[in-house]
Design a protein around this ligand. Sequence first.
Ligand SMILES: Nc1ncnc2c1ncn2[C@@H]1O[C@H](COP(=O)(O)OP(=O)(O)O)[C@@H](O)[C@H]1O
Ligand SMILES: [Mg+2]
Length: 233
Amino acid sequence: MLHIKNLTAGYGKVNVLHGISFDVNERECVALIGANGAGKTTTLRCICGLNEVRSGSIEFLGERLDGLSGHAIVRRGITMCPEGRQVFAEMSVVENLEMGAHTRNDKEQKSDVEKMLDLFPVLRQRAKQRAGTLSGGEQEMLAIARALMARPKLCIFDEPSLGLAPKIVEEVEQILVRIKAMGTTIVLVEQNAAMALRLADRAYVLEAGEVVLQGTGQELKNDPQVSKAYLGY
Ligand SMILES: Nc1ncnc2c1ncn2[C@@H]1O[C@H](COP(=O)(O)OP(=O)(O)O)[C@@H](O)[C@H]1O
Ligand SMILES: [Mg+2]
């Protein structure tokens, strides 16, 4: 479904991705794990058209994405739940959800807002509240729901568990399980490698802008290098 080949990208004079290649098949959950600064967010932003692709290619459902605008990429079925949630703080919960659907032109946005409020009961309680007044966990749920409002074929999550209490992290994990069961393909970036490898069908390990290891979630969980570096045992 998603085919990334020899991707390089960077900031100013510096390249931070040095030829990354990976694939995501339909209905798979693929995790990217790696230390802070490895280039995970940059990779995701390239897929979404938010960072310039310097060389290499990104193909989605047989079509080149590199060079398209972020807007055009959302229309093709890719959305991101960004690092740090980035909800629209001054807008209400429902308005944030509506924003998630702004590239759609069907008539089912309203019923989809209702579906999201069913899926995330905590958001229903806060429907009219400004998003900036929500707790970190509630904002994460909102960012996830907003990403789903575009009805993505591929949904990308950048560190959804970052900074959340353990109980909320568990909730986020259960939601990702449900999103996958709904048939949505997932790319998941997590520093919480244990969680990422539980959820992922396959995973890639990024180090300093390169893919250094890949395998099934289970294989990587059992890999001595991975468990020492990322799982803490
Ligand atoms: N806006 C930016 N300007 C300059 N350098 C950046 C910017 N964003 C990220 N970087 C650098 O690019 C590298 C990769 O960052 P990033 O993709 O955010 O890594 P990760 O998400 O794996 O922590 C890091 O060295 C980081 O300092
Ligand atoms: Mg990051």
